[in-house]
Design a binder for this molecule. Sequence first.
Ligand code: 5GP
Length: 203
Amino acid sequence: MSGKLFIITAASGTGKTSLVKELLATTDNLTVSVSHTTRAPRPGESDGVHYHFTTVDAFKQMIDESAFLEYAQVFDNFYGTTCQAVERLLHDGVDVILEIDWQGALQVKEKFSDAVMIFILPPSRDALRSRLSGRGQDSDEVIEKRLAGSLTEMRQYDKFDYVVINDDFAEALADLQTIIKSHRLSRATQQVRNGKLIDALFV
Ligand code: 5GP
């Protein structure tokens, strides 16, 4: 296995999904794992692209079959990453982003101790609230519930390796690119990915 796992976690409304989208568009050999969820699709979301949308029964059956690398209940829904979604990619040397909540992040870290954990924070509570309301896809009740949950989620940032503040989008994107690049340049990764080149220097 030579691909690396990058876990990206943030409270809802922090701009994580847009950042990840741009990160993927600007970084080679990097992909995002498509999760399973029991929540209903939002307008514009399609099955197999944004999520694999599934029923609670089917999700529970997958839990029983140990299909998940990690899973968690977030708000009223289940979300999970299947082993299948990441193992082949890592095996093929592709770096994989897991856009998951903090509970799932800690489960992955237990199994993949070298997974890189990145937490994205908003610049302020006010900014978070206005981003949550501005999305316009959920009811007020859902937004209030998410806002309350956000603080709990954000308190978990101290368990992560890196913290990126998404105040300026371009700057936050550059921060994420830098984290990935620096890990790709680490000695351990270079020995795996450029092993032949390095060996040839010393024959
Ligand atoms: P949303 O419903 O807004 O797409 O996602 C809600 C939360 O679930 C976000 O914090 C998101 O990161 C998290 N999430 C999405 N997929 C997964 C997953 O596969 N596992 C876990 N643990 N959390 C996930």
